[in-house]
Design a protein around this ligand. Structure first.
Ligand code: GEK
Length: 242
């Protein structure tokens, strides 16, 4: 279904929420809003297949409709692995259930869909954790604690795959990238009204940080290796190895 959530003028614009209206158009919304989204999802599966360890958990935190979990499930063939796909939006989890049933085959790695808050769910015995465009929705002051809990739950040699919308320290760079990003949205059919209304709705909900801040947090949590594996405009992804 086509995303038209912000197509008409809102009298009073509330904060962006992952409700049923958003869940019902999410595949179209994310494809038209995140440059390289398909590569982020596909790449997570490849990285997970390389780093998954036998008899461990693979976490997809903030799974939305389960696209990343499904990619992991299709690629990972390591014995004894189980994917736990977690999201705190009931609307997302409800729709993800149907899509995951349709999308998986018998030899794919099993997936448990869990409605829960990634800040509260107990994580354990992880060899791969994905935070694919999810950390940006966690209040900034709570991000270190989440990163530490992921690090503590990760086995030696295990990885975190982190993808985020970012901003840049240099104001000119930040402004340029923001403008090219709006060009990308226009080119994907979003009107000026849609772009402006979505931007206001996301203002205090999606808080991007700089690449330097993300990398420092990953190292502070304890990850010994931090590598960029993807970047397009203001979207970046890292793999962090314990
Ligand atoms: C994908 N990873 O398609 N606990 C659990 N879930 C949360 C929390 C939280 N505290 N906060 C936000 N979410 C997906 C895309 S979307 C990215 C991820 C985007 C969930 C929220 O409900 C939403 O489903 C997801 O994080 C972010 O690969 O919309 O830009």
């Amino acid at each position: 279904m086509k995303d038209a959530v912000y197509a008409n003028p809102f009298e009073s614009l509330g904060p962006f929420a992952f409700n049923d209206d958003v869940a019902s158009v999410f595949p179209d919304m994310i494809r038209r809003s995140v440059p390289g989204y398909g590569q982020l999802v596909g790449g997570a599966g490849l990285l997970a297949a390389r780093h998954a360890q036998p008899n461990s958990h693979l976490y997809d935190l903030g799974t939305s409709l389960g696209a990343t979990a499904l990619s992991l499930s299709r690629h990972v063939r390591t014995p004894g692995t189980r994917i736990q796909a977690i999201d705190n939006s009931a609307a997302m989890i409800e729709r993800a259930r149907g899509l995951l049933v349709e999308g998986r085959t018998a030899q794919d790695c099993p997936v448990d869909l869990i409605e829960g808050d990634v800040r509260e769910v107990a994580l354990e015995n992880a060899s791969v954790t994905c935070l694919n465009l999810t950390l940006q929705f966690i209040p900034v002051e709570q991000r270190d604690a989440l990163m530490t809990s992921i690090f503590e739950a990760t086995q030696d040699g295990g990885i975190l795959i982190l993808a985020e919308k970012v901003t840049f320290e240099d104001p000119e760079h930040a402004q340029w990238v923001q403008e090219v990003y709006w060009d990308f949205k226009r080119a994907n059919g979003y009107s000026e009204l849609e772009i402006a209304q979505k931007r206001s709705a996301l203002e205090d909900v999606l808080i991007p940080e700089t690449p330097e801040v993300h990398e420092a947090r990953l190292r502070k949590a304890g990850f010994r290796t931090v590598r960029v594996w993807f970047q397009t405009l203001n979207f970046m992804a890292w793999v962090a190895i314990k």
